[in-house]
Ligand binder design. Structure first.
Ligand code: MRU
Length: 369
């Protein structure tokens, strides 16, 4: 297994970009089809908002921040062949945002990015049509750039919490593939490794869609970061053997009191971490907080098709007609979370008051940035 510090010696490797706008205002959105990884790197050129909707729904683009970015660019695509008055363009933006908001229900970043695009459209209601289109694309670029910076800051805050030689357990994929930057939970690992800490990552495979096995393992291997893949059911045994210094996961929506929705299986990990006295960290940008919901009980949880459970990767290994349950996310109560790491700081203890205090503070400027 390669030395974790090897990453710092590989300046040729750049974080993979899961999505990118190509061209000017009449350009298009290029998405890396994550359902094909790790065996093939296939790019999809989206020229139509319906292609973006399908890409979000079927997890070709996935991870809460990346879903928000795709949706923001999707709004720009809705204007691609539109002509006429700015009032007409505003209506198109509203319709596109309504439509895109139906792609997936749990990650609040989707709704956050769409409301931001709508607000910008309202501000531009008096602008000439060509200015309106240009400024909306600039808004999508700004959301993308801000996400990149938030990932870097999360990485800095989180890396400072890890010891020199740390074993980390993570779930799902929270890296560059899931965001506009280096990632959230995985961004912490990248930042720690870049600062010469020796980190080993245990990767939960993340049934049923295997984001850990297919995507996180792929990202870590690409960077030469020391890692071991485990089946989800092995996490308890791993923690019982006292091999883990921290569990770090991402989030799809965090309620005002800190309850956190994330990939199914996260809640079980939090219970295990508490039982074994291991810190359980959630890493997420402020765009993942939903302060309109007091508790996690009100977070809408996506239920996906039972075939994803019966036939992982299209291979049937259960009776074809056995009933199966497939919630894509679960909710971890705030009491089980040691700290939430966001771009503005480390929220600890995880309480409504502390969350509000940190979110209201400005994002700090780190030295050397
Ligand atoms: O269904 P997915 O693959 O979109 O789920 C992704 C997750 O659960 C991630 O942990 C979360 O979105 C954070 S990504 C930085």
């Amino acid at each position: 297994m390669s030395d974790a510090a090897a990453t710092a010696k590989r300046p040729d490797i750049l974080p993979v970009e899961p999505l990118r706008w190509v061209g000017e205002v009449d350009g298009y959105l290029r998405i890396l089809d994550q359902t094909r990884l790790p065996s093939c790197e296939v790019w999809i050129d989206c020229v139509d908002v319906s292609v973006v909707w399908e890409a979000i729904r079927s997890l070709r683009v996935r991870g809460a921040p990346a879903i928000g970015l795709a949706a923001a660019y999707g709004v720009c695509l809705s204007l691609r062949s539109a002509c006429g008055s700015t009032a007409g363009l505003c209506q198109i933006v509203n319709r596109a945002a309504e439509y895109l908001s139906t792609a997936r229900p749990t990650a609040v970043n989707l709704f956050w990015a769409l409301s931001r695009m709508r607000r910008r459209a309202v501000q531009l209601a008096e602008a000439p049509p060509e200015v309106f289109r240009q400024k909306l694309l600039e808004e999508a670029f700004a959301i993308h750039q801000e996400d990149r910076r938030m990932c870097e800051a999360i990485g800095r805050w989180g890396a400072s919490l890890l010891p020199e030689h740390a074993c980390v357990l993570t779930h799902c994929n929270t890296g560059a593939l899931a965001t506009g930057g280096i990632g959230t939970a995985l961004g912490i690992v990248y930042t720690a490794v870049a600062s010469k800490k020796k980190i080993h990552v245990y990767v939960d495979e993340t049934r049923p869609l295997l984001q850990g096995a297919r995507l996180t393992a792929w990202e870590l291997m690409r960077w030469g970061i020391s890692c071991t893949l485990i089946c989800d059911s092995m996490a308890g045994a791993l923690l019982a053997r006292k091999k883990i210094d921290a569990v770090i996961v991402g989030a799809d929506r965090i309620a005002a009191r800190g309850d956190t929705a994330n990939k199914i299986g996260t809640y079980g990990l939090a219970v295990l971490a508490r039982h074994h006295g291991v810190p359980f960290y959630v890493a997420a940008p402020s765009s993942t907080f939903d302060l309109s919901l007091d508790s996690g009980q009100r977070i809408p949880i996506e239920e996906r098709h039972p075939d994803e459970v019966r036939s992982p990767q299209g291979v049937l290994f259960a009776p074809a007609d056995v009933p199966a349950w497939n919630p894509a996310f679960d909710v971890t109560p705030a009491e089980l979370i040691t700290a939430i790491i966001c771009e503005k700081g480390v929220i600890c203890p995880v309480t409504k008051e502390r969350i509000a205090e940190v979110l209201e503070s400005p994002m700090p400027q780190f030295a050397g940035k």
